[in-house]
Design a protein around this ligand. Structure first.
Ligand code: PEP
Ligand code: MG
Length: 603
């Protein structure tokens, strides 16, 4: 590194040609800012006509400094000579910077010195704020200023408008419509009965939705105004949270959420993730009200109850790093995700309808890896024409689409489809098994898919396949249907979700008949560990070696293209291992596409 040092009284300046093979990325920028902050003098970095305050990490990052850039560092003030020496010494170390990846993670996952309460991460990210204790109310008594009938209709209207943004409220609206509501008493009795009957079942996470619906109606009857929240940044602490709480909170000054009971797959947890509100679930009984800020670290699942000054500084740096990472990921979202060794990993989206298809396109996906068609069927069964229209409106947006036939049963129910009550619905009639029980419904869907097909390729995928015979039967049904209706099968590929463990041991036979595989890591984990994926207290380790080994087993033996479409590929921490295993196509939640692409570029 060449440097010319010129000294003036209390103003110092050096001109440096950067020798930094990895560029001045996150860690060097953060370190430079940290060094500069140790001195009182003014510190400025200048390149061409641009300049940045060196104490501001984001300002340095925004300059996009590269190896070989000629930069000027200027310090002005009492300790300016010491500052410029410290900065120059640090810049010299960049020539041998081998710590790009590791250090980025250190910054994102700080080690804290203060008192820590350990919990479970629900939504990643770091937040700082003063705790605010909140009690979700659900009381059946009240002033009843508004009649029940009126309140019922208003609640329906509210859910209608909320459902434009989130599927969860579509489900709640369907529940509200299906509940007996001839009178207030009948309505409450139905809610109580539903709660009781769900209690010890696989669907008990839905109890919160019933309570939420009742609370919405009662609040309207009592003319209750919304609660007011602090005007300064706060961390919300609650025993429980219902989905509508979160929709309201997202508009407030909330930084993060700490909840006692929050099953990771509950609707409230899914909503927190979709609003990207850092959250943990933790025993809140020992937390006390205070005016001092705490640090919530959703990625590490901890609350720093009494942070030190240096904890707050690290957390602030991590928040700034998260922000600038997500800004730069967003800027590059339409670019392909290519690993450092030059391998292109295709990033597809998992979607449910046209709205999420548009969101995915805007987020930079390269096609659709999983269209979960259940959501197009949700309130009432759509007619054949409506289905054709819905599929066309999605297929026309992308060159590559994988459409999955109806996967109902288990945790996915449709209000108008009566499936027999089963003690273990996850092990019962669901997915491809509907070909035996509801053939007409499935045939109508397949017909709509074939009619909606555009030029080029379309992948039809069957869910919950356990045997080769099931797949062959489903494919034959589709082929007969096409010939009966004179529809072409040109460009149609047939594949399966790999989510039932038996497929692993039948892979050689499947290789003979399928065109592609997509690994559904959500269900595959649930069946590998025999833990209900919606269970309130039992959790599956999302990064268990068992799951990665199963993926590897398939990848190594499959002779047809393999992709993944479960939640695993939306988790940055899984990407390196998936790429190492050799997976080259990932199905990702739309909101996570820019981040996952950025993570792939780091592998
Ligand atoms: C899966 O099981 O991993 C999957 C993608 O399907 P779903 O979550 O819709 O069951
Ligand atoms: Mg599945």
């Amino acid at each position: 590194m060449k440097s010319i040092l010129s000294l003036f009284t209390k103003v110092n300046q050096i001109i440096i040609t950067l020798n930094a093979p990895h560029g001045v990325h996150l860690r060097p920028s953060a370190t430079m800012a940290k060094i500069a902050k140790e001195y009182k003098c003014k510190t400025t970095l200048i390149i061409d006509a641009k300049q940045a305050d060196i104490k501001n990490m984001n300002a340095i990052l925004a300059l996009g400094l590269q190896n070989g850039d000629k930069i000027t560092i200027k310090t002005r003030g009492k300790d300016s000579l010491e500052a410029i020496n410290a900065l120059q010494n640090f810049l010299l170390t960049l020539a041998n910077d081998e710590t790009v990846q590791e250090s980025t993670q250190d910054l994102q996952n700080p080690n804290y010195e203060g008192n820590i309460s350990e919990g479970k991460g629900i939504c990643g990210g770091i937040a700082i704020g003063v705790p605010y204790f909140y009690e979700a109310q659900y009381s059946k008594s009240g002033q009843n200023n508004i009649s029940f009938d009126q309140a019922y209709l208003s609640a329906l209207k509210e859910l209608e408008s909320l459902s434009e943004d989130n599927d969860i409220f579509i489900a709640q609206k369907a529940i509200l419509e299906s509940i007996s509501h001839a009178s207030y008493e009948e309505f409450i009795t139905s809610i109580d009965e539903a709660t009781k009957s769900l209690k010890d079942t696989a669907n008990k996470v839905k109890i919160a939705d019933y309570q939420d619906i009742a609370r919405r109606v009662i609040k309207i009857m009592n003319n209750e105004k919304s609660l007011s929240f602090p005007h300064t940044p706060f961390l919300l602490i609650a025993k429980e949270l219902l989905p509508s709480d979160i929709a309201n909170l997202a508009k407030e000054n909330i930084q993060g959420v700490i909840v006692r009971d929050l099953p990771p797959r509950s609707h409230a947890a899914l909503l927190l993730r979709s609003y990207k509100i850092p959250a943990i679930s933790l025993d809140i009984t020992k937390l006390e009200s205070t005016d001092t800020a705490m640090i919530l670290d959703g990625s590490q699942g901890i609350l720093v109850v009494a942070p030190t000054k240096s904890d707050l500084e690290s957390a602030n740096n991590a928040i700034a790093a998260q922000f600038s990472n997500s800004m730069s990921a967003n800027e590059k979202r339409f670019e392909p995700a290519i690993t450092k060794s030059g391998k292109h990993i295709k990033v597809l989206a998992n979607i449910t309808d046209r709205a999420s298809a548009i969101e995915a396109k805007e987020a930079g996906c390269e096609g659709i890896g999983l269209l979960r068609t259940e959501f197009l069927f949700r309130e009432t069964k759509p007619t054949l024409d409506k289905q054709v229209e819905a599929y066309k409106s999605i297929f026309s947006l992308f060159d590559e689409v994988t459409v999955r036939t109806l996967d109902v049963g288990g945790d996915k129910n449709l209000p108008y489809l009566t499936l027999p009550h089963e003690a273990n619905p996850f092990l019962g009639v669901r997915g491809i098994r509907l070909f035996d029980t509801h053939l007409e419904l499935i045939e109508e869907q397949l017909l709509a898919i074939l009619k909606a097909k555009q030029n080029g390729e379309l992948k039809i995928m069957f869910p919950m396949v356990a045997t080769v015979e099931e797949f062959l039967h489903a494919r034959n049904v589709t082929i007969s249907l096409a010939s009966k209706h004179n529809l072409s099968l040109d460009g149609i590929l047939f594949g399966i979700m790999v989510e039932v463990p038996s497929v692993l041991f039948l892979i050689e036979e499947f290789n003979e008949v399928v065109d592609f595989y997509s690994i559904g890591t959500n269900d595959l984990s649930q069946y590998l560990f025999a833990i209900d994926r919606t269970h309130a207290t039992l959790n599956i380790d999302p990064h268990s070696n068992v799951l990665y080994d199963a993926i590897k087993y398939i990848q190594e033996r499959a002779t047809k293209p393999v992709s993944t479409c479960g939640e695993l590929a939306s988790d940055s921490d899984a990407i390196e291992r998936l790429v190492e295993i050799g997976i080259n196509t990932l199905g990702v939640t739309p909101a996570m596409i820019p981040t996952i692409k950025a993570r792939i570029r780091d592998v």
